[in-house]
Design a protein around this ligand. Structure first.
Ligand code: SF4
Length: 255
């Protein structure tokens, strides 16, 4: 039976690739709206894991073949995804992965919930040919255990704070603080999101903000500049160190 790993690039799924990846294929789904650092990480992990498993490991990238990425889809439809209209996960994560798995015959898909998350099943499709398994839970591996495994292999993602929740750079689950951190730590990517948000607007003159409080990213940039002038810090990562990882996204959304 073919063995697949639901791979997001994060802590748990990378741990699965290390511990259970020999002879398996990791599936990574590209929404087309991933952070630049995520694309780099996927390439790095792929190289490392192929070496680790003596070539007996594969990583494949799947995407929605009908649309040219989540951001372009949102811009064209003038419709920002949200918690109530979460078409992003359905169209750009679940459906491409389910379409791929449908072609594989009887197979196993390993899901990276850890032992602290027992009882979760995730936002998965339920394909009759797929056996969904939870090896980290079965082996009693907690988040801390997974982090230890990654540190041993030099593969801890150590994502910057603005990537703690949600893989997509325009994810509506990110908080105002997370977007502020993005401004200070990766202004180039933040600026792209300003243009994306402004490109989303339609003729109804209702502002469609990424942030749930309605504030535009351009306004947020002004707040950040005030903050920068006031605080005069060299390293803004310290300021956002206390941000905690949330688990709003499901199994296919870079938790
Ligand atoms: S990371 Fe956020 S924007 Fe991207 S698919 Fe998941 S919920 Fe949607």
């Amino acid at each position: 039976m073919k063995r697949f790993i639901s791979f997001s690039g994060g802590v748990e799924s990378t741990t699965m690739c290390i511990l259970y990846g020999k002879g398996a294929t990791a599936i990574w789904c590209d929404t087309g709206a991933e952070h630049d650092l995520m694309y780099e990480r996927i390439d790095n992990v792929e190289k490392h894991l192929i070496d680790l498993h003596d070539g007996d490991f594969n990583l494949i990238r799947v995407k929605n073949e009908k649309h040219n990425g989540l951001e372009e889809y949102a811009m064209k439809s003038k419709y920002m995804p949200s918690g109530q209209a979460r078409y992003c996960t359905r169209l750009f994560k679940i459906e491409p992965i389910d379409a791929f798995l449908s072609q594989q015959g009887d197979c196993e898909l390993m899901i990276g919930f850890n032992a602290d998350e027992e009882g979760r099943t995730g936002n998965l499709g339920l394909k009759p040919n797929v056996k969904y398994t939870y090896p980290l839970i079965n082996d009693g591996l907690t988040r801390d255990d997974c982090e230890d495994v990654l540190k041993l292999h030099g593969l801890h993602p150590n994502f910057p704070v603005y990537m703690l929740r949600g893989g997509c750079r325009m994810c509506f689950f990110k908080s105002e603080k997370e977007y502020k951190a993005m401004y200070h730590l990766n202004k180039k990517e933040f600026d792209k999101m300003v243009l994306f948000e402004e490109g989303l607007q339609d003729k109804r003159l209702k502002f469609h903000s990424i942030l749930s409080n309605g504030k535009s990213l351009r306004q947020l940039a002004n707040d950040c500049e005030t903050e920068r002038a006031f605080l005069k810090l060299d390293d803004f990562s310290e300021l956002y160190k206390s941000l905690k990882k949330e688990t709003s996204c499901g199994a296919f959304c870079h938790r």
